[in-house]
Design a protein around this ligand. Structure first.
Ligand SMILES: Cc1cc2nc3c(=O)[nH]c(=O)nc-3n(C[C@H](O)[C@H](O)[C@H](O)COP(=O)(O)OP(=O)(O)OC[C@H]3O[C@@H](n4cnc5c(N)ncnc54)[C@H](O)[C@@H]3O)c2cc1C
Length: 343
């Protein structure tokens, strides 16, 4: 039986574990595990979390994202208790051109918006069916399912991949998110934190997703289909500051009001149903720095498969990365077997 250790118990590590061959013995190790008290030292519990096509991506990353949507849609259909649910998204673009929308015609229910469906100043827009996830439900649900199928979880904090060697695995999967910056034998400084301040509002009837993008701004309103709406946001690449600031909170509501006055009729936080701040960071490896990294490498004698760097898209890329890693694992096992057969 092939022994596999996965470093990282976020959405990336766990989705990978869920897609590995049944005859593998899998242990997930991490400093933070699903079910822990809330901590802002990892990203997965703090995602918005919707499938949203990342615009600045290459063909390979686009495939990973489409596979991500396919996997999440299957969960929505077969396991609604996972919190994954289908939702309609509306994207309004004040920048770029329609030919940059690589997912046109590739995601369910895609259609361009008519002029009358968009603000006058906008260039173009689209709507399609996507998914929304509630991380505090999804992460423990996935952990439970994996444990029921024999996957072990261990709390471990390491300074390098080398420190995991003693676990005796055949393959080590590195899904450590921002941790890859500091692991001594990875030290990928191209991965950086991106701070995102958003806010949660109560809204009993709003049940869709909305995004408006411009050159230097973006605004979002994602219903979680449970009476709460995630309203974003202020993005600051390079910062891991998890504090929420008054002026930014007000700016978020002002923009929501400007874009969807029917949903957010007041710019008064109390009247608008403000519930709480939502400020955290996600690990990103931008396209110019190589983008998402899914590849095998031998590190200090260990067979390692890296899986990290997916912009604001750990959920968007989840099953895409998991299927790609599973494919690399299968071919690594096949190579090892044929090598053994020749000896
Ligand atoms: C406000 C916000 C909104 C977002 N919205 C979306 C969205 O709508 N859609 C979407 O797809 N994504 C979204 N994201 C991004 C998403 O949250 C991340 O891409 C995703 O969570 C990354 O998951 P991960 O498993 O790779 O890393 P993480 O969740 O950070 O997990 C890393 C794991 O590695 C472990 N680890 C790291 N270093 C070490 C070490 N040295 N020793 C031991 N363990 C270690 C950690 O303890 C943890 O278990 C959002 C993020 C934020 C903050």
């Amino acid at each position: 039986m092939t022994k596999i250790t996965i470093l990282g118990a976020g959405v990336t590590g766990m989705t990978i574990a869920s897609q590995l061959p049944k005859d593998c013995e899998i242990t997930i190790v991490g400093q933070h595990l699903p079910g822990d008290a809330p901590s802002k030292d990892w990203a997965s519990p703090w995602a918005a979390a919707v499938w949203l096509g990342t615009h600045d991506t290459n063909e390979y990353e686009q495939k990973l994202q489409l596979d991500g949507l396919a996997g999440l849609r299957q969960l929505a259909e077969r396991h609604p208790e996972s919190s994954v649910r289908k939702i309609r998204m509306r994207e309004i673009m004040d920048t770029g051109s329609p030919d940059q929308v690589w997912y046109q015609g590739k995601v369910p229910g895609f259609r361009w918006l008519s002029k009358g469906e968009m603000p006058e100043a906008s260039k173009y827009g689209m709507t399609y069916e996507t998914v929304v996830i509630t991380p505090p439900v999804f992460l423990p649900w996935m952990r439970d399912r994996l444990e029921q199928r024999g996957v072990q979880f261990k709390r471990v904090c390491v300074g390098s991949l080398k420190e995991l060697e003693g676990l005796g695995h055949d393959i080590l999967i590195n899904a450590a998110g921002l941790g890859v910056r500091t692991l001594a034998d990875v030290k990928d400084s191209k991965v950086q934190p991106v701070r995102l301040q958003s806010a949660i509002f109560k809204h009993p009837t709003y049940r869709e997703g909305y995004v408006r993008r411009g050159d230097n701004y973006y605004t979002t309103a994602f219903s979680h289909l449970d009476g709460e709406v995630y309203v974003g946001g202020v993005i600051e690449p390079g910062s891991d500051d998890v504090n929420a600031y008054d002026d930014k909170r007000q700016m978020i509501l002002d923009r929501a009001h400007e874009n969807q006055p029917d949903v957010f009729p007041s710019t008064d936080l109390k009247k608008a149903g403000f519930v709480r701040d939502h400020a955290s960071w996600y690990p990103a490896r931008f396209r110019k720095d190589g983008g998402v990294r899914v590849e095998a490498e031998t590190v200090g004698g260990q067979k390692v498969i890296h899986a990290y760097g997916q912009h604001a898209g750990g959920y968007t890329f989840s099953y895409g990365i998991a299927w790609e890693v599973a494919r690399i694992v299968q071919s690594t096992i096949a190579d090892t077997r044929s090598l053994q057969a020749r000896l």
